[in-house]
Design a protein around this ligand. Structure first.
Ligand code: 21W
Length: 251
């Protein structure tokens, strides 16, 4: 998996290349992250990457030309690295909202990604029309630029690459991959500020523990994210466990 990110702030991406699971995945070569700065692609007469909007209005826009050159360079690099397909994604408030199914779609398409993280008020529409395949938003709130969104997208994809998560991690991944919330977790000490760990977890009864955790997953998803539950077919056992949880909540 090769990512090229076009950004005015390449150092921001240290946040995923220098820490934790994504750092190790990069070091182990499970993915590559290359940054390109549009400032390196301005033709010296302009010397600028941004300019005022036609038609007036507040703020500045990113000019098409430096971005176009950066995208062409990224495509060349990916082709040289052996990538068969490159897809250009612009992180933008106007984009399709990122969800697990979008992450899965990108992973399954097995292509290298060129991520455009813009700043200012946005990008000249002609660049988007002629060079961008898809726009992606990470939610309905306003950020200062596309870099954090690009890191969210990369992080959420890298975790699913083979060998990145240990067995524990992949098990954890499974619970969310089901499209449901996680169960509560406990570790030492057995009593914390007067509160105990649920007995079943200390019982060593693996079947009971598995059942208890599934019941918590179903109950908490029902309580906090009924929209996720609605999207999911429950098995006979799951429906029974959820009903038990609901009765316990009612009593
Ligand atoms: O580049 C991003 N944001 C920078 C940014 C923020 C605000 C504006 C100006 N919008 C004016 C407006 N909006 C509605 C009507 N008029 C432009 C660009 C970004 C990338 S992905 C993402 N996902 C969630 N949120 C985000 O901000 C982002």
């Amino acid at each position: 998996k090769i990512f090229h990110v076009i950004t005015l702030f390449p150092e921001m991406f240290d946040a995923i290349t220098r820490y934790g699971i994504t750092r190790r995945a990069a070091e182990e070569g499970r993915f590559e992250l290359h940054t390109l700065n549009p400032r390196e692609f301005v033709s010296n007469k302009h010397r600028s990457v941004d300019d005022r909007p036609y038609g007036g209005g507040p703020g500045m826009l990113m000019m098409a030309e430096p971005l176009a050159h950066a995208i062409v360079k990224a495509k060349q690099s990916q082709a040289q690295a052996g990538a068969l397909k490159s897809r250009v994604i612009h992180l933008s408030p106007q984009g399709r909202q990122l969800t697990y199914s979008v992450v899965k779609e990108f992973l399954e398409q097995d292509e290298s990604l060129i991520l455009l993280a813009s700043r200012y008020e946005g990008v000249d529409e002609r660049l988007i029309c002629q060079y961008v395949d898809e726009e992606i938003s990470i939610g309905d709130y306003v950020l200062s630029g596309g870099e954090l969104a690009a890191m969210v997208l990369i992080d959420s994809m890298v975790r699913h690459l083979p060998g990145v998560l240990g067995d524990a991690g992949s098990a954890q991944q499974d619970s969310f991959v089901d499209g449901m919330l996680d169960c509560p977790h406990y570790t030492r000490p057995e009593v914390f500020e007067g509160e105990n760990v649920p007995e079943v977890l200390l019982s060593g009864h693996h079947a009971e523990i598995k059942k208890w955790r599934l019941k918590q997953v179903l109950g908490r998803t029902w309580q906090r994210r009924p929209d996720l539950l609605a999207q999911r077919q429950l098995t006979e056992q799951e429906a029974r466990l959820l009903a038990e949880y609901q009765q316990e909540q009612a009593s």
